[in-house]
Design a protein around this ligand. Structure first.
Ligand SMILES: Cc1cc2nc3c(=O)[nH]c(=O)nc-3n(C[C@H](O)[C@H](O)[C@H](O)COP(=O)(O)OP(=O)(O)OC[C@H]3O[C@@H](n4cnc5c(N)ncnc54)[C@H](O)[C@@H]3O)c2cc1C
Length: 633
């Protein structure tokens, strides 16, 4: 659906309709002051813009669960959740944010339940919870079931529930509209609005807003092997960089240990939580050796590195689909799980393995390898979702700009996220950001006299949003080539280089970028691997990105237009990620630098803050009551 008409000025624009964007919309509308304004006939003007139909957002693919100490297990308590989150993030976590996450987790889950999420149940009717990597009690001594689940479809449940609630509240959506620009004032201190491209008609809109909230999800498509859907191209992060702001901790990318061989499709951690075991080519359950306390349920970075160590030692296995191919996988053995139980609690996992690998996990070992899964870093925000920059030793907020969910970094995940904490982050901090926007709207309506931002219009040359939209329209006209002029090459094999720039296309560039980033950063890296990728990104790929054009001049549903903008966004992000990675001379959490193998708290107990120029500033980590310790599982 597109909005019936575009308003002159929005009180709030929410970009993204996954768990974070929808939670923000609900957090905003459920604020008492907004309800009051609505009753008085002064309902604020709010629009949710999403490049996908909301129910196609990646949140819907989440499988395993959402973490919370619900009190169903006597040993568990939010303090342990807090401790595990800080330890899981290798002490790069802001402890005030993590404390809030753990404390507010139970009420967040209960609210989801009351909104309609159909959780699986225990025999006595409680919300069912399963063990997940790194979730324990008693300082890591005892794994506890903390991930509240709905079979292996928690994301589907949450996304549909939040969306239904939004529809019930009358939220207006601009679906399949792609945001191309974030517009700030000249000093980068205040938000002015966004520019959005309606993919149905090809029309570029200038959307003015007093508040903009970015909830655009992750950037897994930076890598060739990824669990992420095709839309996860880091748009919000790139928009932030392009607007002159910074990203925090962008060097931390989680590689989930169990991507299905040669597809990268996620085999949920729930498979190991229910009894699945990783085995090498000798049949050995090797995780016992690397993490004697937690074995297969150690934190994800630990398990992924252990898998790579086995492969390096020659104990990897080849994908049975390609027996002569590289031995770059290990086995996931699920045959010890009772088949009936497996079908009951892991139906989606079973179906994925049957459909994509053509094998039966109740009888056969499943070939898996690490897959790019989650971006721990992102747009720096406070615990109320306010976006800030870090300069001169202080945070400087950008008035009216907010972010939430995977595109943001409130710093609860630090250098490595624990399973189940991401949906929680998106729902909790999405809701909090929405509430903060609501307060700002109510405050400004209470004091506002004439329309302070009635920008738009008197002098169009002063209207930054319209000016940016105009630039975008001109660029778009240049991208759209008359039919028949362009080359025929639409190949997507990473190996087939385009013959000329004229033959090139966004999908080929995406594949080449994915391979380069995988070679440079997957699971481990060093200065040389980073430098090689940076050179490609800055030179060859940059030139190719500039030369891209579409192969049809249609403006209606021309997906190649957005594919071009997406790959350009990924390049912007790749540059920042590579620079930040190069600047951190240590190994911590998901970042394993073979040239700096140890953690260095003296120098790097700090968040990297990288700008599009490549400069990196360092922001100290908030430590409350847990000074750094050695991290063992
Ligand atoms: C396969 C898989 C399984 C997972 N399992 C779990 C799990 O069990 N537990 C857990 O806690 N986490 C899990 N995660 C992680 C978790 O699902 C995500 O981090 C979380 O759902 C992200 O929510 P989000 O709202 O930030 O983003 P998303 O749900 O990705 O939504 C992003 C939204 O932004 C919109 N958008 C993006 N760019 C633009 C643009 N330029 N213009 C307009 N709109 C735009 C999209 O249309 C979309 O609506 C899993 C992730 C994957 C990939």
């Amino acid at each position: 659906m597109s909005p019936k008409h575009v308003e002159q000025m929005y009180d709030a624009l929410i970009v993204g309709a996954g768990a974070a964007g929808l939670s923000a919309a609900l957090g905003l509308l459920r604020s008492e002051r907004i309800a009051q304004m609505t009753q008085e006939g002064r309902a604020p003007k709010i629009l949710v813009v999403s490049k996908l139909q909301p129910l196609r957002s990646h949140t819907g693919s989440a499988e395993g669960g959402i973490a919370a100490s619900l009190g169903n297990v006597s040993e568990d308590d939010w303090h342990w959740h807090y401790y595990d989150t800080v330890k899981g993030g290798d002490w790069l976590v802001d402890q005030d944010a993590a404390k809030l996450l753990a404390q507010e987790a139970p009420v967040t889950v209960i609210n989801l339940e009351r909104s309609g999420v159909a959780f699986s149940r225990t025999a006595d009717g409680h919300i069912a919870q399963r063990k997940f990597g790194g979730h324990t009690a008693h300082f890591g001594q005892q794994p506890v079931p903390r991930a509240a689940y709905a079979a292996d479809r928690i994301g589907h449940q949450i996304l549909h529930t939040l969306w239904q609630q939004c529809i019930a509240q009358g939220v207006e959506f601009a679906e399949e509209w792609y945001v191309t620009d974030l517009v700030l004032d000249e000093r980068h201190e205040r938000v002015e609005g966004v520019v959005a491209y309606d993919t149905h008609t090809g029309k570029v809109h200038a959307l003015h807003a007093r508040n903009v909230l970015l909830a655009t999800g992750g950037a897994g498509r930076l890598f060739h092997t990824t669990s992420n859907s095709w839309d996860l191209t880091g748009d919000g992060m790139a928009l932030t960089l392009e607007a002159g702001l910074q990203l925090e901790d962008s060097e931390f990318v989680q590689f989930h240990p169990t991507g299905l061989a040669h597809t990268g499709i996620l085999i949920s951690e729930a498979a190991r939580a229910e009894g699945g075991v990783l085995r090498n080519s000798d049949g050995e359950a090797f995780m016992q050796r690397y993490a004697p306390g937690h074995a297969d349920l150690a934190a994800r970075d630990v398990v992924s590195r252990s898998i790579m160590a086995e492969i390096d030692a020659g104990r990897g296995v080849a994908d049975p689909k390609d027996p002569q191919g590289p031995r770059d996988c290990v086995w996931l053995d699920m045959t010890g799980i009772d088949p009936e139980h497996m079908h009951a609690v892991l139906p989606q996992v079973v179906e994925t393995i049957e459909d994509y690998a053509g094998i039966d996990p109740t009888k056969d070992y499943v070939p898996v390898k690490p897959t790019a899964h989650y971006t721990m870093g992102g747009i720096p925000i406070t615990t109320d979702g306010e976006v800030y920059t870090w300069a001169d030793g202080a945070r400087h907020k950008v008035t009216g700009l907010y972010a939430a969910g995977e595109c943001s970094c409130v710093s609860v995940h630090g250098a490595n996220r624990l399973g189940g904490n991401s949906l929680l982050d998106a729902c909790l901090f999405g809701q909090r950001a929405g509430a903060a926007v609501a307060a700002r709207i109510a405050d400004s309506h209470a004091v506002a006299s004439p329309d302070d931002n009635a920008v738009a219009a008197e002098d169009p040359s002063q209207d930054a949003v319209e000016t940016t939209a105009q630039t975008r329209r001109t660029e778009l006209a240049g991208l759209l080539k008359p039919t028949g002029q362009a080359g025929e090459n639409t190949g997507s094999e990473a190996s087939s280089q385009p013959q000329t720039l004229q033959d090139d296309n966004a999908y080929q560039l995406l594949a080449d970028l994915g391979s380069a980033m995988e070679r440079a950063l997957a699971v481990r890296c060093n200065h040389d691997s980073i430098a090689e990728a940076l050179q490609l990104v800055n030179e060859d790929f940059a030139e190719r990105a500039r030369a891209l054009h579409t192969h049809s001049d249609s403006t209606a549903f021309n997906q190649e237009v957005t594919a071009i903008w997406e790959v350009r966004h990924l390049l912007e992000l790749a540059k920042a990620m590579l620079r930040a990675t190069d600047a951190r001379h240590e190994s911590r959490g998901s970042l394993k630098r073979t040239d700096y193998p140890d953690r260095d708290d003296k120098q790097y107990l700090a968040h990297s803050m990288v700008a599009s120029t490549g400069t990196v500033a360092w922001q100290p980590v908030h430590i409350l009551d847990m000074p750094p310790q050695a991290r063992e599982y």
